[in-house]
Design a protein around this ligand. Sequence first.
Ligand code: CA
Length: 505
Amino acid sequence: MANYLNRRNFLSLSASALGATAAFGGCGAQPGGQPAAAQARRQGKPNIVVIFCDDQGYADVGCFGAQGFSTPNLDRMAAEGVRFTDFHAATAVCSASRAALLTGCYPERVSILGALFPGAPTGINSDELLLSEMLKEQGYATACFGKWHLGDTPEFLPTSHGFDHFFGLPYSNDMWPNHPQFGDQFTPLPLLEGVKTIAWLEDQSLLTTWYADRSVEFIRRNADKPFFLYLANSMPHVPLFVSDKFRGTQPQGLYGDVIAEIDWSVGRVLNELKEQGLDENTLVIFTSDNGPWLSYGDHAGSAAPFREGKGTMFEGGMREPCIMRWPGRIEPGTVCDQLATTMDVMPTVAALTGGRLPDHPIDGHDIWPLISGQGGAETPWDAFYCYYMGELQAVRTPRWKLHFPHRYRTLDGRPGGTGGIPVEYSYKETGLELYDMASDKEETTDVAARHPEVVKKLQAIGEIARADLGDRITGLEGAGVRPPGRVKVRPANAVADSLAETSVK
Ligand SMILES: [Ca+2]
């Protein structure tokens, strides 16, 4: 019988998890022997580390403007690498955003929209080539520690999609009976090792620590061969949990404590790379899946200075803090202000490692010229389609952003909730609105009337997008849409299909 985690048996699970870690890392190499081994393979394929946080906002990192908490490790990572200031998740919600990161495609192309609920009838299609599979084909050791959220039945889980190891949550950490509004719709939250549930969580205080422990152990154990580590922190998605190490440490409060612990986790990964002599053979990427969940108020982050947050395609919903570090290959302390996206990770890593890209179309671009600061390098994105839940809500060019008329959620100036209880959103409608991203990245002033020729050009881009990927606003089907994976046998704990497919989270 699986353990239920509460404060009382917290230590026992902690011990068992650590035991599992020890067994998992049992063939770990001796640290003393690593630098030489690592040196020998420096001419070989680089290690890839992607640290992907959940709902962390643009301003939730010190060097991106954090207020009330500090992130010394992320700031150091930026000082040693490149910081992107116009970097985007493909959309503003969890599952869809993760599908884009791992396939290099718009979520609409691979038909993973919104946030999949427990027992969802769909997941990532096995015909898609994931970043993990592309690297696995090249002999990489691969691990996913954290939140998955591309389907929770065995055929959709990480170990069926190119990952040797998975430890973490199959979906969001609020999809549990303790949800402040919808608890009666959820079954207990499983903690998975591979495809096996090893515990039902009632306390998430050690999640960030467990993921960090696993990550460090994985790096140590694979120091002499290429590896891909996907550290997908469950935090700072609500409900917020932090270990005793960081509780009460930041002036902002619990949210700041949670980010401080994530920062500590990043520091542990970077320190282990250094310890193992792998700094100069490892590309580390840090970013987030979407902007802050503003209705949670003091339990949400900040996208300042951008408009709105998670669940919208204003910049606050999907412009993310992004840092990349690779000593010797990336110029330290640089800033890239060119448009780039999470969809670029897959083709960039493919180019760096000599990996195979799929035969079917993908949407991302190789952005190594931007990452490495090649003189005068400009964004390869002529147009970025801003889709949310199948709706083409806006299109972006490097200079302009045109919103198509659509409904969006907003607090409309009201404060968010407190203590983990959200307030209700209001809903508003945009018109056909044009923003000049060069002078008004905050999207405050509609200049459509002043630039009719630009509006026309971006409307034409919108037509191209709709023909390819469809649009639920205009009811168009896209010719370039591929199907999701579908479960063969429905699990007993499935939430209603309608909820799974239509919920906006
Ligand atoms: Ca998210």
